[in-house]
Structure formats: structure tokens, C-alpha cells
Write a new protein. Structure first.
Length: 408
């Protein structure tokens, strides 16, 4: 009986080994199936991984290039973010998206259109994560016509879905920058003066085909205090750059997909307070989430729901927050939303860069370059410095010291 048990155990082990080997072969076949062809992959620009540092060429990783390039710091549109200053926390942003035939060029993989759409999806999520009290609208330019995709709203999932549906129609014809800016002007011109009026242009063409004088549109933009920012996927376009500079915005040209994401990330933080803006005490509400036995219509989708946020002022139902009540116009937010917006008003102090051999106070890794907190003199590595600046918004060692001091 024992011999039979050993034989059965041996057969079971053989079957398990064969099954694991078949899984390995299947995984390898799946990896090969999902690999891109050579003409579908990004260009391998190995020379871009060489950076001039102190007169010597040094090889860096592609992932760290964003934070290693000397010119990257100069591209941040909202400079001096570490200084306590007034900022436009309540933002109104309209994305003007180019869907002309030039967006089908293959210099960005798979093409300019879908590369920019992928970067835009990450940007929209980061925008609402860092600034919950933000309203976003989308306009596309296709075949010399500007089409409104969605009005100003606070639901990023629905807006990205609408933009994705528009992408399925394809890119065609030339783009008309004047028509796109005119539509953005109609959306933003009547907004209250305590909020921003921003237009972010994603432009892939090297020309604009307009029916009228675009300089007349520029004067309207300046009179209504619109700020035009633009990221171009093609060589610099003079008229677009001039419009950005005249309205107090910024103009950039993306080199590759990673650089495009970096440029978009610069616009996730709220801009400085403008001279034309008026400070106003704004009333906000904290709606409770309630579930009822009977269904009723929500004001955002006009659909029957039994679980929604109840506006404390007009008692209307909204499916999500943060949002602006469509009945009474009050902002419906939660306490974490206010807290995330408050981080931009009092940002952490900028860490001082040093070229000494230091050990990071957070991850305990030893680095040749460190960043020192001016308050507690703690050193951090490059990656922890970025994480503290973009995610934590405060020095962890300063918090640790404060907690220890308060303890008896």
C-alpha cells in the first residue's frame, strides 16, 4: 500500500510540473502576442539619456529625466509655488483639443491623437485630485469647426467618456483656432470674478485656418480676462504663442510622450491670483449622503435614484460631490476637498539641494545628492523630495518632531 501511495505521489508531482510548464509557455506566448512591432514602438533616443552635468556627460535613466533636466524647472508655469500667496482655488478650465488631420502623425506613438488623449486622462484625474473645487469643460476642433463636448462640470469620468466617444469619429480636416477660442470665450466670459477663466489648448497642427481676423478674437480674450495656455505637439506656431503671452499664459512644445505628461502636470496646481479677480466670501455646503426607500429625480442626470447627496439649502439630490448644485448654485463639497485645496495656499518650504553624501531620512538610502528641509535640517533623496512636494505637502520629519515634543 505504501508503494502505491509513493507511486501516486510521484505521478501527482509529474502532473503538477507539466501543468506549471504549460502555464509558463502560455504566459510567454501571451507576452509575445502583446509585444508591439518595431514600427509601433517609441523611438529609442539613447542620446537623450546623456545630460551635461558640471561639464561632463552623464548617463541617466529615462524615468528620472523629468527631474534631472536643468530646463525642466524653468518650464513650470506657476513659479514660486512654495511662497504663501493668494491663488485661484476655484478654477474654471476649458480644454481645447485639436482633432485635425495632423493629429494622425506617427511621431508620437501610436499617433498624436491617442497619445495626447492618454496623457489627458491622467491630467484630468490629477487636476480634480489636487483641486476638487474645479469645473472642467471640453471643446474639440475638427474640420474648421469647434464642437462642444461637455459644459463646465465636476465629473471627470463622464467628461473623459464623452471625449473618448468623440475620438471614435476620427480626426479630419484642418483646425480653426479662432472658432475654438470663440467657443471657449462664450463659455467663460460670464463666470464670476472670484474664479479663474483658463483655456488649455492641446494643439497638433502647424497652421490655423480661420474665417476671420484672429487678432480681433485676441482682443476679446483680453477684455474678458481669459488666460490661454497651450501645449503644442508640432513645431512652434507664432500666432498661438503670441495669444498665450498676450493673455498672461504659457506656451510649450512637447518633445515626447513623457515630456507631454510633465507639461500637463504643471497645470494641475491652481494659478496665482490675478489682478482682475475679486475676493469674495463664498458659501459652501457639506451635503449628507442619504438612502431613501422611495426613488426620486436627481438634478445632475434627471434619473431616478434612491441614494444621493442632499443639498442642505434647497434639499435637491446630487449623485456625486464635489459639484455645484444646479438648483441653488451653492458648492457642495466634503471636508477632505477643502483640506486638499488648502494645501496650495500654505505649501511646504522648498528644500535646499546639496551635493554631499547623505542618507535619506525617509527611505534610509544613501545618495550623492540630497535635499535639506530648512526647518528641521533633515535630508531627503530626490524621489522622496518629489513625493513630499506633490503628495504629502508637508515635511514628515517636522511632523514627527512636533508629535514627540507634545508627548509628556
Amino acid at each position: 500500500m505504501s508503494f502505491q501511495n509513493k507511486a501516486n505521489k510521484y505521478l501527482l508531482e509529474e502532473l503538477l510540473n507539466e501543468f506549471e510548464q504549460s502555464l509558463d509557455i502560455k504566459n510567454e506566448n501571451d507576452d509575445e502576442a502583446y509585444q508591439q512591432y518595431a514600427w509601433e514602438q517609441d523611438f529609442d533616443k539613447s542620446w537623450e539619456q546623456l545630460v551635461d552635468k558640471d561639464g561632463e556627460l552623464q548617463f541617466i535613466k529615462p524615468q528620472s529625466r523629468i527631474y534631472s533636466e536643468p530646463e525642466a524647472d524653468n518650464e513650470t508655469p506657476f513659479e514660486s509655488l512654495d511662497v504663501i500667496s493668494k491663488r485661484g482655488i476655484i478654477r474654471n478650465v476649458v480644454i481645447l483639443f485639436d482633432m485635425s488631420e495632423t493629429m494622425l502623425e506617427k511621431d508620437f506613438k501610436p499617433d498624436r491623437l491617442y497619445c495626447s488623449f492618454g496623457a489627458l486622462k491622467e491630467f484630468v484625474k490629477d487636476l480634480f485630485s489636487k483641486g476638487p473645487i474645479t469645473q472642467l469643460g471640453m471643446v474639440v476642433m475638427r474640420n474648421k469647426v469647434a464642437n462642444l463636448i461637455c459644459q463646465l462640470g465636476t465629473n471627470p469620468e463622464e467628461q473623459l467618456e464623452l471625449l473618448g466617444n468623440s475620438l471614435k469619429e476620427g480626426a479630419e480636416g484642418p483646425s480653426s483656432l479662432q472658432n475654438g477660442l470663440e467657443m471657449c470665450l462664450n463659455i467663460l466670459c460670464d463666470l464670476p470674478s472670484y474664479s479663474t477663466r483658463e483655456v488649455l489648448v492641446i494643439f497638433g497642427s502647424n497652421r490655423t485656418l480661420d474665417a476671420g481676423n484672429i487678432l480681433v478674437t485676441l482682443e476679446k480674450l483680453k477684455q474678458n480676462n481669459l488666460t490661454i495656455n497651450s501645449i503644442s505637439l508640432s513645431p512652434e506656431l507664432y500666432i498661438l504663442k503670441n495669444i498665450c503671452l498676450e493673455t498672461g499664459g504659457n506656451y510649450s512644445v512637447a518633445r515626447d510622450a513623457n515630456h507631454l505628461k510633465h507639461l500637463l502636470n504643471n497645470y494641475t496646481s491652481p494659478p496665482p491670483w490675478k489682478k482682475w479677480m475679486e475676493p469674495v466670501l463664498l458659501k459652501v455646503a457639506f451635503p449628507p449622503l442619504k438612502k431613501t426607500a422611495t426613488v426620486s429625480l436627481c438634478v445632475c442626470h434627471s434619473s431616478l435614484v434612491n441614494r444621493a447627496y442632499i443639498c442642505p439649502q434647497c434639499h435637491s439630490k446630487s449623485c456625486y460631490i464635489p459639484t455645484k448644485c444646479k438648483c441653488c448654485g451653492i458648492y457642495l463639497v466634503s471636508p477632505p476637498d477643502i483640506s486638499r485645496a488648502f494645501h496650495h495656499l500654505i505649501p511646504p518650504k522648498t528644500f535646499i539641494k546639496g551635493n554631499t553624501h547623505v542618507t535619506c531620512s525617509s527611505c534610509n538610502l544613501r545618495n550623492n545628492t540630497g535635499f535639506r528641509c530648512p526647518s528641521c535640517d533633515s535630508w531627503f533623496c530626490e524621489y522622496c523630495n518629489v513625493y513630499i512636494k506633490e503628495e504629502l505637502h508637508q515635511c514628515p520629519m517636522c511632523l514627527f518632531l512636533k508629535v514627540n515634543v507634545k508627548q509628556p
